[in-house]
Design a protein around this ligand. Structure first.
Ligand code: ZN
Ligand code: ZN
Length: 351
């Protein structure tokens, strides 16, 4: 873990500390007061509700904190490993980043070689310049000369390939509004030295490319991405309910503002609960909107009002992040039917 991530993660300790502090005041200050005023039954009911919300809040908080948000390099390594195993090529060390990058370059070289071979086979009259240059090659020249010749061949082919690709890109561009073009393209991450798929962004705190990145949250000490956005949403939901419930209970248990203010720690827990309830409530509403539209926080500005990643309905958009089975939407475990793998994104080219 890098130092920057560690420093940015410090507020997450405050999240845990605030939750435990509110619980402490609730159990050791509020519950005895409630028993004295309204009897054991109501104290039990409020205690059980608070315990449930506190457990769910901490559970979803730790799940968000400790989950991999969607490290794209790990996916690349797995895909490379599969590719090499399938083709009986050399085995890949699982955690060797440099090897992975090297192998990617190998694949790129390999694919460009195959493109060249294809062009040689199906070049036709358009490859006349290339054929002529090949004829001038003396077959007895050294391998170094052959390499030079191959390079000159590539330099002649490359502009044609680029032009073709440029045409394709221009056609795609015309289908989308200017605002969302950069979001639907594959781009290159100069820090990871890796092509990254649409919706993947490099987090400078975690120093990694995160798939379908939403934002880096210091309050959970982790990025929110494709793998843990559901847990983060669960955390917002339960912490909003928990802090609202705590504030109402703590405030209503006292007969007046003066009585509420008399006990400093009791009042502090009430004020913290209210402040968190309001701020988390706003965040929860924002993320509900985001998930209903299938945006991420990063994309929201660029893709509004029309989103090419939208699945067409609110239910389908919610399923994309929360999973296809709605019974798991508010349980901080991985949904058995994940809708999104993080790197395959379909777009609707009607905007
Ligand atoms: Zn990156
Ligand atoms: Zn991050």
């Amino acid at each position: 873990m890098n130092l920057k991530k560690l420093l940015f993660g410090l507020p997450s300790l405050l999240s845990v500390a605030f939750t435990l502090f509110i619980c402490y005041i609730f159990y050791f200050n509020f519950i005895p007061l409630q028993v004295k005023k309204h009897g054991l039954a109501s104290a039990w009911i409020l205690g059980v509700i608070h315990t449930f919300l506190a457990i769910m809040t901490l559970w979803s908080l730790f799940k968000t904190m400790l989950s991999d948000p969607g490290n794209y390099m790990q996916v690349v390594q797995k895909l490379n490993k599969k590719h090499y195993e399938r083709n009986n090529l050399i085995s890949l060390p699982s955690n060797d980043l440099e090897s992975s990058t090297q192998i990617n370059n190998d694949i790129n070289d390999h694919s460009s070689d195959s493109t060249d071979e294809l062009d040689q086979t199906h070049g036709g009259s358009s490859q006349l310049d290339f054929d002529e240059s090949i004829e001038t090659v003396n077959t007895s020249t050294s391998s170094a000369n052959q390499t030079v010749e191959q390079r000159s061949h590539r330099s002649k082919i490359a502009p044609k390939v680029d032009e073709k690709w440029q045409d394709q890109e221009d056609q795609i561009d015309q289908m989308f509004s200017e605002g969302c073009r950069s979001f639907i393209r594959f781009r290159y991450c100069h820090k990871c030295k890796q092509v990254k798929p649409p919706r993947t962004h490099h987090c400078s705190v975690c120093n990694q490319c995160v798939m379908r990145m939403d934002h880096h949250c210091p309050w959970v000490g982790n990025c929110v991405g494709v793998n843990n956005h559901k847990y983060f949403y669960n955390f917002l939901f339960y912490s909003f309910l928990g802090t609202s419930h705590a504030f109402i209970a703590l405030f209503c248990a006292k007969n007046s503002i003066n009585e509420f203010q008399r006990d400093i720690l009791y009042m502090l827990a009430g004020v913290i609960s209210l402040a968190f309830s309001i701020s988390i409530g706003i965040l929860f509403a924002t993320h509900t909107f985001i998930l209903m539209k299938n945006y991420s926080t990063i994309e929201m500005g660029g893709l509004m009002p029309k989103n090419p990643f939208s699945k067409g309905s609110i239910r389908a958009n919610l399923e994309y992040t929360l999973g296809k089975d709605w019974r798991y939407w508010f349980i901080p475990i991985e949904s058995p039917q994940r809708a999104c793998d993080g790197y395959n994104h379909s777009v609707v080219p009607s905007y």
